[in-house]
Design a binder for this molecule. Structure first.
Ligand SMILES: [Zn+2]
Length: 563
């Protein structure tokens, strides 16, 4: 039935297209000989596109596109290359990605020895007493897979304070010099929403700080200066557009970030679209409630209408809130990082003010808690008392969800914003943390889609690498980058390529209230494209990882072209 309806629609729309083309004006830009996937179900494939200014004015065949070629039109022959709607990373930390480019990057280290060697090299270059900071380590592949300690770090950094974030940002290790500056000793209690990890025998802090406990040390580290922050941001943006991202949905931050992003747009130094959330609760979100959203500024590049909350920690650090204890550490079931009495009035105010809420929730207890809280707020503030009737609130990660809670998302209109790469990194340790039976409902993309949800796809960079081809591969393969998938890893939760394309195009656009503006290739929409070296909708899975971005177009402007 559906295909007959589509055919009828095509018959009805076809004559309108031709009559429009009788009085066509030359376009600024024409792409031809392309393998175009539009992510628009009514016209899924095309050969050619014409662009005027920042908008798409034509999609169709090479022959018809010729009508848009005038004296000043730039014609790009794609030579059969694959052109997609501009890809969006629906969960990204732009400043974190920028700083990863300029500080000690500890990604990809496979042993404690290599980790310490890399730290030592940096410490040896530092001024005496200066802080050494970095991020990106994951102990999962070390032998044994245990967290590093202050005493490990003291061997290579006896004098400089050292503070190194785990890749997930929910744990960090500090050496003795850093703990001393922060006054963290055996008598210091863990703060709410965090844990000072202590040696079982002596009760001495062992250097690992989880979630809110990280602030005890972090607050003593001098922040980056303005010049460093600007350099980091420009590097982060440059990296993202080279990879083919056209928008990042930046999950948290401040008005100071917004001011910097605005200035750099004004100076023409950045072109990437940024859909920015402000950290909450606190000063930044209060200002958003007071001043109201910023929508579509800087040529539809900058929108700030969202606040970012956290309800729990992470699975890797065992701080994600679970309904039952951790299978590999039965004395804990994780921790909650927000109190209900703070959350309730906050959510109700957000509904009245028309502010979108996105909340980090990893564990099944965290997810149930925030779904309950959203549901109560929706009841307390019915649609006619809201500034925006359909608020499109999101749960970031929705990672381990009790199967009974999965259908509640679609029912409540709550959007699960998920990161495919988490599943292919976590498959090496999630089974031991959770046990086999709890894996039903973990990274359950297909179940969510079947229950009626859309899934905006993100990378959570710098928690993960932040590359669109890794995310796309992870979503369709659900195997690690060597093609491995463990026992009980629910291969049926992988998505189809058509669904994966939507995860990085139309679904993030919807989750940002931008579905009439971007996300698919349709006449009238913004001209954002990602052009790839291979057809990721057809090639064997492993080849997706070798695929390169060859061109990135934002607002009708070529912002990156591979040499
Ligand atoms: Zn994140």
């Amino acid at each position: 039935m559906k295909s007959i309806a589509l055919l009828l629609l095509a018959l009805i729309t076809a004559p309108t297209l031709t009559s429009n083309q009788t009085n066509t004006k030359p376009a600024d830009l024409v792409f031809k000989n392309g393998n175009v996937y539009t992510a628009n179900d009514r016209q899924p494939k095309a050969e050619a596109i014409a662009v005027n200014g920042d908008r798409i004015v034509f999609i169709g065949s090479n022959r018809e596109a010729q009508k848009y070629v005038g004296k000043t039109t730039r014609v790009i022959d794609l030579g059969g290359k694959t052109l997609l709607p501009g890809l969006t990373d629906a969960h990204h930390h732009l400043f974190g990605v920028g700083f990863r480019e300029i500080t000690l990057n500890l990604e990809g280290i496979t042993s404690l020895e290599d980790f310490l060697a890399k730290v030592k090299a940096r410490v040896d270059q530092a001024q005496p007493g200066a802080w050494v900071t970095g991020r990106g380590w994951i102990e999962t592949f070390w032998k044994p897979p245990v967290f590093p300690t202050r005493w490990d770090l003291d061997k290579v950094a006896p004098n400089n304070p050292v503070f190194l974030d785990r890749a997930d940002g929910h744990g960090a290790v500090a050496n003795s010099a850093a703990l001393k500056i922060a006054g963290v000793d055996k008598n210091r209690p863990s703060p709410f929403g965090g844990e000072i990890s202590k040696d079982k025998q002596t009760g001495e802090p062992n250097g690992m700080l989880l979630d809110a406990a990280q602030d005890l040390v972090q607050s003593h580290i001098p922040g980056p200066n303005a010049e460093e922050t600007e350099r980091a941001l420009i590097l982060g943006v440059k990296r993202n557009i080279q990879l083919g991202w056209t928008q990042v949905q930046d999950a948290g931050g401040s008005y100071a970030d917004v001011a910097l992003v605005r200035r750099l747009y004004g100076e023409g130094k950045i072109k990437l679209r940024v859909y920015k959330a402000l950290s909450a609760p606190g000063r930044e979100s209060q200002q958003l409630f007071r001043d109201g959203p910023i929508i579509g500024e800087q040529g539809n590049r900058l929108t700030v209408r969202t606040v970012k909350l956290y309800v729990d920690g992470s699975l890797g650090s065992r701080s994600a809130a679970l309904l039952e204890p951790y299978s590999d550490k039965p004395d804990t079931s994780g921790l909650m990082t927000i109190k209900e009495e703070v959350l309730r009035p906050f959510l109700e105010e957000a509904l009245r003010k028309g502010v979108q809420v996105e909340t980090h929730a990893i564990g099944d207890r965290g997810n149930r808690f925030i779904l309950d809280a959203y549901e109560k707020a929706f009841k307390a503030v019915p649609p006619d008392q809201r500034k925006i009737r359909e608020p499109r609130w999101r749960i970031e990660h929705s990672q381990i969800v009790n199967p009974a809670d999965i259908p509640r998302f679609a029912k409540l209109g709550v959007i699960p914003s998920m990161q495919a790469s988490h599943a292919i990194g976590d498959l090496h340790f999630a089974p031991s943390r959770l046990g086999i039976s709890r894996l039903a409902g973990a990274y359950a993309w297909s179940s969510f889609i079947k229950s009626g949800s859309i899934i905006p796809g993100g990378s959570d960079a710098p928690v993960e690498r932040g590359e669109p081809m890794i995310e796309f591969y992870a979503a369709v393969a659900r195997k690690d980058m060597k093609g491995f998938s463990g026992e009980g890893w629910h291969p049926e939760e992988a998505v189809t390529r058509e669904q994966a394309l939507k995860m990085f195009t139309v679904w993030p656009a919807y989750a940002a209230f931008e579905e009439s503006l971007r996300g698919s290739i349709e006449v009238g929409k913004l001209a954002d494209f990602t052009i790839l070296s291979a057809d990721i909708m057809k090639i064997p899975e492993m080849e997706i990882l070798k695929t390169q971005c060859v061109m990135t177009v934002i607002n009708g402007e070529i912002v990156y072209e591979a040499k």
